[in-house]
Design a protein around this ligand. Structure first.
Ligand SMILES: Cc1ncc(COP(=O)(O)O)c(C=O)c1O
Length: 372
């Protein structure tokens, strides 16, 4: 079998170190971990095991299927698994069987979970999401206040946590942040002594009142910069590399790739790399991205195609050999955030778009903590 086209290396030590850094930033000293979408595309099994070994006890996933899959990895009830999309009649049984905590987003979802509790004859744990301006998921604040005021509002439910989600945590100066905090404060006061969860990664970089008792970071753990306006204190987690398949010299006027969108301004030396958009290398990097070979940057020329990308290595101070050299597409020299910016995208989309074809390697955290 020949070598794989591209390799994605996930540094679990860096992931854990970012998680610990986030915990130490949190006012409460602890954080949950958002591991939805297969841990932002990095692989929920090794990621969750590494975080569990680092004493993370609360996890957030998107839906019941992700919750059931995560419960199989972390079977102990010590690990709390919150499901952002909540519960409905179709998912109630599986939610209960896997001991998941639905994040209830509406009267309909609360009623459903109360019916389930009545059926099984015991209180069921849950989290309540209060919408304070995101207008995506969650109960409007006034509906949550109405619930809090009703004697039977949450009857049969063991409410564990109140959450809200900031719309502008990547922009700390945005007045929306303070407005959301005020709206959430009005609701939490009405519910009494219940734990709260406000901050995502960006929120954790803001003042402690934005954290709540249980912040829920995702992107910063995975090495993304949560506030693009500032330098990131987080370590690189994902490295993507591709082998050099072929090099060639072209004369002035030669074009590269589909659509002949690049035209050499003079004699140039080009290298064809074994990674393309099918590997998750964004096509939007055509004629815009940069890679690094032995730490030296080379621009992408022509269109990124399905399996290959061509870069201009003319100005590199070293020889590049097909079959031997490897280019870094994402990593410590070519940051995830730069790739996202060049692609007119965001770090979340680049990570979750990483392809299935590249070989995946995980660094180890501790004996038994990670997939090998
Ligand atoms: C409701 C909610 N909370 C927390 C997070 C984690 O956010 P981040 O990855 O920006 O830290 C997300 C991610 O999209 C989310 O949807």
């Amino acid at each position: 079998m020949s070598q794989p086209t591209a390799t994605i290396t996930i540094n679990l030590d860096a992931l854990v170190s970012n998680y610990r850094a986030l915990c130490s930033m949190a006012a409460s000293g602890t954080c949950a971990a958002v591991v939805k979408a297969d841990a932002y595309g990095l692989g929920v099994v090794p990621v969750a095991r590494a975080l569990a070994a680092a004493a993370c006890r609360e996890f957030f996933v998107a839906d019941v299927n992700e919750g059931v899959a995560l419960r199989a990895v972390l079977p102990s009830a010590d690990f709390r698994i919150h499901v952002f999309e909540g519960v409905d009649d179709a998912s109630a049984e599986a939610t209960m069987a896997a001991n998941l905590w639905p994040v209830l987003n509406s009267d309909r979802q609360i009623d459903c979970w109360q019916r389930t509790a009545r059926r099984v004859g015991r209180e069921l744990p849950c989290t309540l999401h209060v919408d304070t301006g995101m207008n995506r998921l969650g109960m409007p604040a006034h509906d949550a206040l109405t619930r809090a005021g009703r004697a039977d509002g949450l009857h049969g439910l063991a409410l564990q946590l109140l959450i809200t989600h900031l719309a502008c945590a990547d922009d700390p100066a945005n007045p929306m942040n303070a407005a959301q905090l005020r709206a959430f404060g009005d609701v939490t006061a009405a519910f009494g002594n219940i734990r709260t969860s406000i901050a995502n990664s960006g929120g954790l970089m803001m003042a402690p009142e934005y954290h709540g008792d249980l912040p829920r970071p995702g992107i910063a753990m995975y090495g993304g910069n949560p506030q693009p306006g500032q330098d990131s204190p987080f370590r690189t987690v994902v490295t993507m590399t591709a082998r050099v398949l072929q090099t060639r010299q072209v004369a002035a006027g030669a074009t590269v790739g589909y659509g002949a969108s690049y035209c050499a301004p003079g004699t140039r030396t080009l290298a064809t790399l074994a990674a393309g958009y099918a590997d998750g290398y964004p096509r939007a990097l055509s004629n815009r991205g940069w890679v690094a070979i032995s730490g030296h940057r080379a621009p992408v020329v022509g269109r990124v195609s399905m399996d290959t990308t061509v870069v201009d290595i003319t100005d590199l101070p070293l020889a590049v050999s097909a079959g031997l050299d490897v280019a870094e597409l994402i990593g410590t020299t070519i940051s995830l955030d730069s790739v996202a910016r060049w692609a007119d995208s965001i770090n979340y989309a680049v990570l979750t778009g990483l392809g299935r074809r590249p070989d995946r390697r995980y660094s180890l955290v501790a004996e038994g903590a990670a997939d090998r």
